[in-house]
Every structure is written in structure tokens, then in C-alpha cells.
Design a protein. Structure first.
Length: 342
């Protein structure tokens, strides 16, 4: 504001052109001074605490017990995405669903794998011979006869007689054994059968135990994988999966698409809420000292860096307002939280 200057000897006001203006400029791009929080005497500390509202009582509290209710639906099947919208290769009928079980291993390698031709006759007979050898070594002669009767090897009549055809009469068809593994009546020989299934899987490389795999989700025109997942009564679609790992952000929900149903697991659990903690989190109170390795003033943010601005705002302003509640869910499932009571 303008000030009037008075001559101390004469008491007269000096000319108007000698007036001056004081304009403080508190704005600056430098934030180190504010974050340093220099302190002075005890009275200054008390006034600053009053200024920050640390003496004011708040009608608030921290969550203690949290009750959760919801359901989990496992991924039960997958298939390549129907290519009806692909102009180069229209697909007249949608591909079939491929059954998936968590015991088969991660879903990623199955989705990323290429289509595999069917197992030939020689491999099926040799696999059956290996199963017979393992059963006889374990003393399960009756199981051999049962498997040969339930899973016989089918040979064309025009196939010439040879060592393979002669061996086929006394061994089961390995491919049929894998397809009927759940319904086979082998009694005490079940552990031997499970061991053989693991060996057969390693030999053929098929997740289902050696059956033909005709599902191929790779799109050679886009150099990406396109597939659909069945989770209960929901269908999740991945249009641009590049093979970098299937995650929740890789898929979108597709309403109104029929899919095979899967059992639903409902849960009702309680847990203790604990504050969120992560590396570099500022201290909860203003006058509490952070670790020396944390330098909040070194953050470089530009005008259009919205993501970093939100992260800094979360860490410095709302970091102590977030809590986490542990919840165990089945592997490879879609979990929906219905209600949450705090």
C-alpha cells in the first residue's frame, strides 16, 4: 500500500513521486521450506498445534471389526473368443468351451499354448503299455484287466498286422483312460493311476492328460490372444491379451453370453481392520519425524502428471485414512462382496 513520507525537520509531506509500495510474493515453486517444518520455542510449538487443530476433539473413530458377506466363483472353463466380428476369417459357429481345473496348473500357459494335434495310435498304445507295467509292478493285476475291458484300443480293419497291433490287445487306450479317469473302477490302484497320469501329461504336454487340444486363442492377424472365461454365470472377455499374465484388468464382463455353470462358494467372514502401511508412507502426525530415507520434497510433478499428483495427494493427505481387511479367496476365482459392515 502507498505510504506518506514526512520531513522530520519541517513536518511537511514529501512529494507524491516519492511514495513506494510493498508487495510480498509468498508464491513460489519451491516446497522444501514448507515441508521442512522448522521449529522455534515451546510457545511457538503450542500455537502451531492449535493452528493445526491437534487440540480439537473429533467425533470420529477407527474401524475395529469388519463383517464381509459375498460369493466366489471359480474359473471353470475357457475358450477362444468367437471370431464372428473378424473380417478376414469369420467363424460360423463359436468354439467349444475347454474345461479348466486349478489342479491343471496356471491358466496362462494353457491360454497361450498353440493348438495340438491328436495323439496318434502308436503313442496311445505305448502309453497304455507303460500303465500296465506300472500296475503289474505294484501288484494290481486285476486293475489291468479292468482297464483293458473299459478302455480298449480301437484299430481299423485295414491296418496291417505288426508289433503295435499285437500289443494293442493287452493294453488299454491311454487317451480313453485320461478321458474316463474319473469314472474308472480301479480300487486300490488309484494312486498308481494318478502317478501314470502325471507321467502321461509330461509326455504329451496336454493339460487334460493327452487328449487333443484344438482350442487356440492366438490371433495371427493382431498378434494377440483373444479369449473368454466362464465364472459361474458370468463371462469375462480378454480382447487384447499380449501374453504378459492374466490379471483382473485384462478382462471385461460380457453380459448375456451363455456359459457352462460352475458351483458358487458363499462366505461370511469377520476380520480386524489394520491401517495401510507401505514404504515411503509419511508419518501420521505432523510433528512426527519420518525415516531419513524419505524425502517428500524431491517429488517432481508436472502440470499434466495427474497420476503422480493423485498418488502424492493420497500419501500426504489421506494416507492414514485407509484400512485393509484380510480376506482369503479361492485361487482363480471372481469374488464379489455383497455387504460390508464396520
Amino acid at each position: 500500500m502507498p505510504h506518506l513520507l514526512i520531513d522530520p525537520e519541517t513536518g511537511l509531506r514529501l512529494p507524491e513521486n516519492d511514495t513506494f509500495r510493498l508487495e510480498p510474493l509468498p508464491r513460489s515453486n519451491e516446497v522444501t521450506s514448507g515441508l521442512t517444518a522448522r521449529t522455534h520455542d515451546a510457545a511457538w510449538l503450542l500455537t502451531r498445534q492449535w493452528q493445526f487443530g491437534e487440540f480439537a476433539g473429533q467425533d470420529a473413530g477407527s474401524p475395529v471389526l469388519v463383517s464381509l458377506e459375498g460369493r466366489s466363483e471359480r474359473i471353470s472353463a475357457w475358450r477362444p473368443r468367437p471370431e464372428g466380428d473378424e473380417p478376414l476369417q469369420p467363424d460360423p459357429e463359436p468354439p467349444r468351451w475347454v474345461r479348466y481345473r486349478p489342479s491343471d496348473g496356471p491358466l496362462d500357459p494353457q491360454v497361450e499354448g498353440e493348438a495340438r494335434p491328436d495323439v496318434d495310435l502308436r503313442t496311445r498304445i505305448e502309453g497304455g503299455a507303460q500303465l500296465v507295467t506300472m500296475l503289474l509292478a505294484a501288484g494290481h493285476d486285476d486293475a489291468v484287466a479292468t482297464l483293458v475291458r473299459q478302455c480298449p484300443v480301437t484299430i481299423d480293419d485295414d491296418l496291417p498286422v505288426g508289433p503295435i497291433t499285437l500289443l494293442a490287445a493287452g493294453v488299454p487306450d491311454a487317451r480313453e483312460v485320461t478321458r474316463q479317469q474319473e469314472s474308472l473302477e480301479v480300487g486300490d490302484a488309484r494312486p498308481v493311476l494318478d502317478e501314470w497320469l502325471g507321467w502321461w501329461k509330461e509326455q504329451t504336454g496336454a493339460a487334460s492328460g493327452g487328449s487333443a487340444r484344438k482350442a487356440d486363442a492366438y490371433n495371427e492377424h493382431r498378434f494377440e490372444h483373444r479369449l473368454e472365461l466362464s465364472c459361474g454365470d458370468l463371462v469375462l472377455r480378454a480382447d487384447e491379451y499380449l501374453g504378459d499374465g492374466l490379471d483382473w484388468h485384462s478382462v471385461d464382463r460380457v453380459p448375456g453370453t451363455p456359459a457352462p455353470r460352475a458351483p458358487t462358494y458363499s462366505f461370511k467372514k469377520e476380520g480386524l481392520a489394520t491401517p495401510v502401511r507401505y514404504a515411503g508412507l509419511p508419518a501420521d502426525r505432523f510433528w512426527q519425524m519420518e525415516d531419513r530415507e524419505i524425502d517428500l520434497a524431491s517429488a517432481e510433478v508436472k502440470e499434466l502428471d495427474t497420476g503422480r499428483l493423485l498418488l502424492i495427494g493420497f500419501a500426504q493427505v489421506y494416507g492414514n485414512d485407509w484400512f485393509v481387511v484380510p480376506l482369503e479367496v479361492p485361487t482363480g476365482s471372481l469374488t464379489t462382496i455383497g455387504t460390508m459392515q464396520v
